[in-house]
Design a protein around this ligand. Sequence first.
Ligand code: CTP
Ligand code: MG
Length: 181
Amino acid sequence: MTLLQTVLIAFWVMLPAYVPNNAAVLAGGGRPIDGGRTWGGKRILGDGKTWRGTTVGTAVGATLAIVLNLVGGDLGGSLGVSLPTFPPAVILALPFGAMLGDILASFLKRRTGRGRGAAFPGVDQFDFVIVSLALAFIAAPGWFIETFTLGVLVVIFVITPILHVTTNIVAYYLGLKNEPW
Ligand code: CTP
Ligand code: MG
């Protein structure tokens, strides 16, 4: 497999995990998941993690995975690469894992005294990838091992922080996000 093909597969397979956080930024608002509750004087999660953002983010990511399944055969054929098809459980695991990773990161941010919107370098860039990969593995171990070869995983860990940083800077300048991270 060429490097370009590996990059294409890595990007394709992670799209349902990349999109939810951006959809949540657009859809966010309303009741926070922690209902305003605190733990040790600090918010459990904070106002940045809402039911609406989480639900819409997961739904958008899952819908995208279904669309990718529908168009992947033809597109892969014309690009000369075999694009993976998402098994049913993975359609949900990737986007929900991305949202859950981001929620766990907020939990850690609050515990370490970081207020809403504070940067947490390293965690911000990888939280959603690690948990979405973990849930995808649990959802379909055979498919995971077949799809996420070492090459694909290495590419994911290189392109994810780059994509994360650039999309957040773009969202900041478009006025969609309060901080450029
Ligand atoms: N959002 C949401 N629900 C989520 C994740 C995000 O509603 N599960 C929305 C919120 O409006 C949030 C915005 O997307 O403010 C940006 O997301 P993020 O940067 O993850 O949240 P922050 O506000 O920066 O809060 P935190 O410090 O907890 O990350
Ligand atoms: Mg933030």
